[in-house]
Design a protein around this ligand. Structure first.
Ligand code: UD2
Length: 346
């Protein structure tokens, strides 16, 4: 066993009363007995979940490898214990899981085109990483793992809205990798009794989403470019549609999934979205109003592995989690533009 893993294993004698664990002055216990682990804590979704947990006074540990996460995203999360580590490394997974009760597994190498360019890297950072984490979680006695699934698993079937009973049809390496993670979670519930919940996210956007990468989500890219007065590019005819989901809805669903009774949610896969969709062309028009950009978009060839239309049926989330969207698309986009604008000025 690697020394890092051995050092992090807790015995019964290590257990401290809850008050001691939560007392911020007691750094030793804070360091060893976090209740929640957020993987990908320096990424857009992970940092948003960690921030919400800290705001509720919870004890949080985060892990990130900074492959795509940003150190700047940790600003404001000073109350979180942080481990710099890669889930592809089993020893890092063991350290991260020690003493944890619930994991929010957000770490991944997102992006369809990135996976088309380098499917092996996507597999390592999505599939291997998830399996390593599950093995470590089981060994550490973690109670529940909540997983960031992707709507890409539904693929390009014409049926809308996409509901959880549909047979998956992944068409990109990214979709395959995220779906494989879902299957691993389900298997760990069936075989080892680990509580798992898959939240299948639909195109999440909002503050802290990185707008600078070639592989960034479209709304982040468009906000940045249009605020800077630069022309955005639409791949394809712009009539493709998405169920763009503002980050607060995703955080809300995660907190509900953590609190829901196991008999209701364990082993389940649940769409996490808004239940409405908008085309890229329409989105561009809304953004033009919000950003003041006056030009037209450029159009370029459609991307390989791209899906035409995506829209979620969110009834199951309502039934199992009591979820309903808390922020709609336009409100969310307004807040997002305001956040990027502030960043540009600051
Ligand atoms: C997929 C998943 C999403 C999430 C994400 C992670 C689907 C339906 N959704 O998002 O849930 O897992 O992957 O990365 O599979 N585009 C432009 N111009 C740009 C950038 C993108 O036109 O500058 C287009 C792109 O071709 C696509 C749409 O915008 O048609 C959305 O692209 P995206 O990369 O934001 O997200 P998508 O749908 O691949």
């Amino acid at each position: 066993m690697p020394p890092e893993a051995r050092d992090s294993i807790l015995t019964g004698a290590d257990l401290a009363p809850v008050d001691t664990v939560r007392d911020p002055r007691n750094l030793f216990w804070r360091k060893n007995l976090a209740n929640y682990l957020v993987t990908g804590a320096a990424g857009f979704i992970g940092r948003s979940i960690a921030s919400a947990l800290l705001a509720k006074g919870e004890t949080v540990r985060g892990i990130d490898s900074f492959i795509t996460g940003k150190r700047a995203n940790l600003i404001g999360l000073e109350g979180m214990e942080f481990i710099e580590g890669d889930l592809a490394d089993p020893a890092a997974c063991a350290r991260a899981c020690a003493g944890i009760e619930i994991i929010f597994h957000e770490a991944a190498l997102a992006s369809v085109p990135r996976s088309v360019a380098d499917p092996v890297a996507t597999n390592v950072n999505c599939v291997d990483a998830t399996l390593n984490l599950l093995v470590a979680a089981r060994a550490a006695g973690v109670r529940r793992v909540i997983y960031a699934g992707s709507s890409s698993a539904y693929g390009d079937t014409p049926t809308l809205p996409k509901h959880e009973g549909m047979i998956p049809n992944p068409i990109s390496p990214y979709a395959v990798a995220k779906l494989a993670g879902e299957h691993y979670l389900r298997a760990f519930t069936r075989v080892y009794g680990l509580e798992t919940v898959v939240l299948r996210y639909f195109n999440v956007f909002g503050p802290y989403q990185d707008p600078t990468s070639h592989y960034s989500g479209v709304l982040a890219v468009f906000c940045r470019r249009m605020l800077a007065g630069e022309q955005p590019t639409i791949f394809g005819d712009g009539e493709q549609s998405r169920d763009f989901t503002y980050i607060d809805n995703v955080v809300h669903a995660n907190l509900l999934a953590a609190a829901a009774p196991a008999e209701k949610v364990s082993g389940q896969m649940i769409n996490t979205a808004t239940g409405s969709r908008i085309t890229l062309n329409e989105t561009f028009r809304v953004l033009r109003e919000l950003t003041g950009y006056e030009g037209e978009p450029a159009y370029a060839t459609g991307r390989a592995g791209d899906i035409r239309d995506s829209l979620a049926d969110i009834r199951l989330a309502g039934e199992l989690l009591g979820y309903r969207p808390v922020v709609d698309f336009r409100e969310g986009l307004g807040r997002t533009v305001a956040w990027y604008k502030q960043g540009e000025q600051g």
